[in-house]
Write a protein that binds this ligand. Structure first.
Ligand SMILES: NC(=O)c1ccc[n+]([C@@H]2O[C@H](COP(=O)([O-])OP(=O)(O)OC[C@H]3O[C@@H](n4cnc5c(N)ncnc54)[C@H](OP(=O)(O)O)[C@@H]3O)[C@@H](O)[C@H]2O)c1
Length: 381
């Protein structure tokens, strides 16, 4: 039976070949900002003159700097009048650190605006302002690609918490350590190098306190030669009981800031650290700990978080539906039933209740396979 329509379908948006080409260019420009703009999104913009020729382009280069539209308008100069702005994200309408882009577009005499995805923080206000001023505004061109480049930022904007990627490196039978506790190395060097690249693309990297106690990790992003990279994520330990030893590397080196998220932290128990290297964040105890911790991290500017284990923290995040993306390195070996599992504490009584995932990408890395997955939304009964 055909479902009864309560509303007519939205009219198809028409985009010219010039606008399509400009959006592809704007997306490529936006990608130049990847890893540099947080807590802001990556954005690219192209200005077309009245005749549909490119008059200027720009991209958001760093937080606090000019927005993509402003760079593009400056480059276009008077040729922007009567032209089209093609932008990967809905133009902002609020006075942030750099002033509203909607005003700049109007002042430059732009007549048409085409954008790829809406900015959830604006609730439609950017497009509305431009339409009210009489501009032709169309949305949705190459939206899927634009959303993918900003997927972490968009998730953070929607949920007011960082986008969470859980990294798992396991054997074929889902183990992360052998019976004797040895876990070096499950995956090969190319997969481990890939993890270091993941670290360069997020605002913060996190582990549970037991991983700090067991492995004393550095959690820095290092290049293939082992040198610490210039851009380092904040290092975070989820440690309700404050067991992080004052002598551990996260608390004593100054390669990157370390934040310890805890539930109660008398200052005298804070780890002794190099000045400024380690900060305590006290948040809600009980079942609300992880959601409250993530909200606090968002408030402090963290938009993307890579969680690297261990199994207990992974299970707690999955149980709370706080994992947005899973990066799973599968190594072609077996550790048997006595090996340590990758995820602990998930209560799955029957197959029908097993959390499901959708594969969004898979490729071979050296001898291992990297699979990227996203949680499958629960089907309504
Ligand atoms: N092969 C790999 O890729 C890999 C990666 C990471 C770790 N590992 C291994 O995994 C082992 C550690 O894993 P693990 O499962 O024992 O520990 P874990 O997940 O690293 O840390 C567990 C601790 O996290 C704290 N925690 C904070 N928030 C929590 C929450 N909401 N729910 C539950 N716990 C929370 C708890 O301590 P509080 O109660 O004090 O908060 C808990 O004891 C180590 O042997 C390490 O070598 C392997």
């Amino acid at each position: 039976m055909t479902p009864h329509r309560t509303q007519p379908p939205p009219p198809p948006q028409a985009f010219s070949p010039e606008e399509r080409a400009a959006m592809r260019r704007a997306l490529a420009l936006a990608r130049r900002g990847l890893g540099r703009t947080s807590p802001n999104p990556v954005v690219g913009a192209v200005i077309l003159d009245r005749g549909g020729r490119e008059a200027g382009h720009g991209w958001h280069q760093q937080a606090g700097g000019a927005h993509a539209e402003i760079h593009a308008l400056r480059a276009a100069g008077p040729r922007a009048a009567g032209g089209t702005a093609v932008v990967t994200l809905e133009p902002c309408s609020r006075q942030g650190r750099t002033g509203p882009c909607t005003r700049a577009l109007l002042q430059a005499g732009i007549r048409h605006v085409v954008y790829a995805v809406a900015d959830p923080t604006l609730a439609g206000e950017g497009a509305e302002r431009l339409r009210e001023a009489g501009l032709d505004v169309r949305a949705g061109l190459l939206a899927e690609r634009a959303a993918e480049d900003n997927h972490a930022w968009l998730t953070a904007a929607l949920h007011h918490r960082p986008h969470v990627t859980l990294k798992l490196a396991t054997t074929l039978d889902g183990r992360i350590a052998a019976r004797d506790g040895t876990s070096r190395w499950i995956t090969g060097p190319p997969a481990r190098r890939d993890t270091h690249l993941l670290r360069t693309r997020v605002d913060a990297v996190a582990v549970g306190s037991a991983t700090v106690l067991a492995d004393d990790p550095r959690l820095t992003a290092r290049d293939p030669a082992g040198r610490t990279r210039r851009r380092q994520p904040v290092r975070i330990v989820f440690d309700r009981r404050l067991r992080t030893p004052p002598t551990c590397r996260l608390a004593t080196d100054t390669a990157a800031p370390t934040w310890i998220v805890t539930t109660h932290a008398p200052p005298r128990r804070a780890p002794r650290t190099a000045p400024g290297a380690c900060e305590l964040i006290t948040t809600e105890a009980g079942p609300g700990f992880l959601p409250a911790a993530l909200t606090e991290l968002h408030r402090r500017g963290i938009r993307s978080l890579l969680v690297e284990g261990g199994a207990t923290l992974a299970g707690a995040l999955l149980a709370d539906h706080l994992v947005d993306r899973l990066v799973w390195y599968s190594a072609p070996r077996l550790l048997g039933a006595d090996g340590a599992p990758a995820v602990r504490g998930l209560d799955v009584p029957t197959c029908a209740q097993a959390p499901g995932f959708r594969v969004v990408g898979a490729r071979r890395i050296g001898e291992d396979v990297r699979v990227v997955l996203e949680p499958q939304p629960k089907e309504s009964p």
